[in-house]
Design a protein around this ligand. Structure first.
Ligand SMILES: [Zn+2]
Ligand SMILES: [Zn+2]
Length: 345
């Protein structure tokens, strides 16, 4: 079977590897679709903390069960599935108290080497072994492409739950990446009265409007004026989905007194934002972090299978496994590429 192998930072090959047999509690998948994520770019560039090379990247994928291990009972060969890539140990303090996203031994398929000898190869391969408990069965009408969004969609559902979004609230989303747009769409479907997306790329704001989002505001000199027109008192919830420390600072101008700022985009760890403590206190603000997800990948599937959320239109570029280098190059240009995906026939 063929797989993308990052041998060391900045160097990868499409290699012919041995077909991987599943262990007792594992399954081998025929991978069908795997999304390119910013993390894959960081892994190739050697900028992802904790990764051990060589590695097979890819953590947002779906496929068909090909072979099951001896102790696997809930799926069988031929089943269509998506993969929840997050792995929590199950025994640390955070796992025992239900905060699996804070697991002290947390790992992600396609990112990291395992401390416990588990194989954590990713989905940019014809076949991959994954723990059976990480599978999310796909309804027949949910495509493999949509299935490969489940890992991401799970983090979005988690952010909406963290925010305790309630009917009638006004919501603002900074960021026009696929995640920002889905976050906005799901806010609307959850009952927000007004949902606005703001960002710099015009073509993406047009996509936002096609997704039932109430209004978009171009992030230029008139951004502040335009947003104040829509919500003179500010927004009940402001989602930061760009990962920029400057935008984090900007969110404070648009949150309503008593409102919430949800930090969903991942700001690089060495970058800081300046925030005013008096402002947070005086205005009764809540600042919430939202990291990864807890038990929401299965809910993501519910949203896809019920048709509440559609994602296929967010895929702007499709590639074969052999063309992985091109997929990465394309994904490096966010003004051109919304979401790149690798498909295996
Ligand atoms: Zn990702
Ligand atoms: Zn744990």
């Amino acid at each position: 079977m063929q797989a993308v192998v990052i041998e060391r930072p900045k160097s990868f090959k499409i290699e012919e590897l041995q077909y991987p047999k599943p262990g007792e509690g594992e399954v081998t998948l025929d991978v069908r679709a795997c999304c390119v994520c910013g993390t894959d770019i960081h892994l190739l560039d050697g900028e992802f903390k904790g990764s051990v090379y060589p590695l097979i990247p890819g953590h947002e994928f779906s496929g068909v069960v090909r072979e099951v291990g001896l102790k696997v009972t809930h799926v069988k060969p031929g089943d269509r599935v998506a993969v929840e890539p997050f792995m929590a140990c199950g025994y640390c303090f955070f796992c025992k108290t239900g905060k699996t996203n804070q697991c002290l031994n947390g790992m992600v398929i396609g990112h990291t080497a395992s401390k416990q000898g588990l194989r954590l190869d990713g989905g940019f391969a014809e076949n991959v072994v994954v723990p059976a408990k990480n599978l999310i069965p796909l309804a027949n009408h949910v495509s493999f492409e949509a299935g490969s969004f489940i890992a991401n969609l799970g983090t979005i559902v988690y952010a909406i739950r963290r925010a305790q979004l309630q009917a009638g609230m006004k919501v603002l989303v900074f960021g026009t990446g696929a995640n920002g747009l889905i976050l906005a769409q799901l806010s609307k479907k959850t009952g927000a009265s007004t949902v606005v997306v703001t960002g710099r790329t015009k073509s993406r704001l047009e996509v936002a409007l096609s997704m039932g989002i109430d209004a978009t505001v171009l992030a230029d000199d008139s951004q502040e004026k335009e947003l104040k027109k829509i919500a003179p008192l500010g927004f009940d919830i402001v989602f930061e989905a760009t990962g920029s420390p400057q935008i984090v600072e900007r969110t404070f101008r648009f949150v309503k007194n008593g409102g919430k700022i949800v930090l969903y985009g991942i700001v690089p760890p060495e970058q800081n934002s300046v925030i005013n403590a008096f402002d947070i206190c005086r205005r009764d603000l809540e600042i919430l972090g939202s990291f990864s997800s807890i038990n929401t990948c299965i809910i993501a599937h519910e949203l896809l299978s019920s048709g509440v959320i559609q994602v296929e239109h967010l895929i702007s570029h499709r590639f074969s496994l052999q063309d992985w280098g091109n997929a990465i190059r394309t994904a490096r240009e966010p003004s051109r590429c919304m979401r790149a995906i690798v498909l295996m026939p």
